[in-house]
Design a protein around this ligand. Structure first.
Ligand code: NDP
Length: 333
């Protein structure tokens, strides 16, 4: 059994990741929270034997082989470095950090320690996105020319906390949602973003200068152009992901989500054809790949480098929105 330490008594751990660990034969042994009472309640609610307020104690808990870091974003870097130094494998939430240098520091620490480091970009585990990637590789839309990502959603009241009022914790829609678009576009297209222009909106949900919506236009290495729309404020928009090529279009709906749902069609000269895809739980698949990587079998679904690249995209979007100019995506890789 692979033992896990959960760094952060978070919603995402409770909703998805604890189950995904257990579905893959792992077991969360200890959870860390800054609040002893909440940590104890979280442990009890989720059937975890121990809780602590101390990261060093978590890392020293017997049987902890790997850690899942799902605290607020400004804490990821130091917690990842401490875990790497303790020889623990690391699944870290996105964004990896608030700056590129900090993300590199976390990934470099894992490399130096020889531990697996993964970024929890769940969407590349979705059957819909994997089917789109395969269709493109199989040449079914010819040469991809454009992509559109619809990722404007409504942030449920229960999550209207640090995301909308804490710039110091890496709040705002760009680091929360746009980084996922970057990873999904890179994965589906097998291409790298080169430069972006963007405009943000602060419509009243987010405070203290944080954006609660953003629209971005991106150019990729191949010459492909993409548009993304991310929001906390769109109750009824629905999500989607489209890639348009010289010979056809892939059109997916309801796929920018945590659930293995949605639909995918190929539209071309022959008309419209539904494409079936695997409906495995995204997080279960991610944890399966992570456990395999710990055994030396392959890479995690999204690596540390993938996390650096999505953060670089997010930082470029933020800079472009601030300056009104075109900003190159600099990864430092
Ligand atoms: P939460 O707000 O649930 O948890 C983040 C931190 O907030 C926790 O570490 C916890 O601190 C503190 N906290 C949680 N509940 C309370 C509370 N009731 N009162 C006071 N503090 C509280 O965050 P999320 O689970 O939404 O996000 C955590 C991380 O995961 C972020 O980095 C986010 O970007 C990422 N994320 C990724 C997703 C994905 O699909 N890949 C989806 C959702 C989030 P403490 O540990 O000290 O108790």
């Amino acid at each position: 059994t692979i033992g896990w330490g959960l760094v952060g008594a978070s919603n995402i751990a409770r909703q998805f990741v604890i189950n995904a660990i257990r579905q893959n034969g792992g077991e969360p042994r200890v959870v860390m929270s800054t609040d002893a009472a909440r940590g104890a309640a979280f442990a009890k609610e989720n059937g975890i034997a121990e809780s602590t307020t101390d990261l060093t104690a978590l890392l020293a808990t017997p049987g902890v082989d790997a850690v899942y870091i799902s605290t607020t974003n400004e804490l990821h870097r130091d917690q990842a470095i401490a875990a790497a130094r303790a020889g623990k494998h690391i699944l870290c939430e996105k964004p990896l950090a608030l700056t590129l240098a900090d993300a590199h520091a976390a990934v470099d620490a894992a490399k130096a320690a020889g531990v697996v480091f993964a970024t929890n970009h769940h969407l590349r585990n979705a059957g819909a996105h994997r089917a789109m990637r395969q269709a493109i590789l199989d040449g079914r839309i010819g040469r991809p020319l454009a992509a559109r990502v619809f990722h404007a959603v409504y942030l449920p009241p229960s999550l209207q906390g640090w995301r909308i009022n804490a710039p110091e914790a890496g709040g705002g829609v760009i680091l929360d949602i746009a980084v996922h678009d970057a990873d999904t576009l890179r994965f589906v297209l097998g291409d790298e973003p080169e430069s972006v222009v963007a405009m943000t909106q602060s419509s009243g949900m987010a405070s203290v200068g944080l954006a609660d919506a953003v629209m971005t236009t991106v150019t990729f290495r191949s010459g492909l152009i993409a548009q993304t729309h991310d929001a906390f404020t769109s109750k009824y928009a629905g999500t989607g992901f489209e890639v348009h090529g010289t010979e056809g279009s892939l059109i997916a709906r309801d796929v920018m989500t945590q659930q293995p749902i949605g639909s995918l069609v190929l539209r071309n000269e022959a008309g419209e054809q539904a494409i079936d895809f695997d409906r495995t739980d995204l997080y279960v698949r991610a944890l399966g790949a992570f456990h395999a990587a710990m055994r030396g079998e392959g890479q995690p679904a999204a690596t540390g480098e993938d996390g650096i690249r999505s953060l670089a995209f997010g930082l470029a979007v933020a800079e472009a929105a601030k300056t009104g100019g075109t900003v190159k995506v600099e990864t430092g890789l």
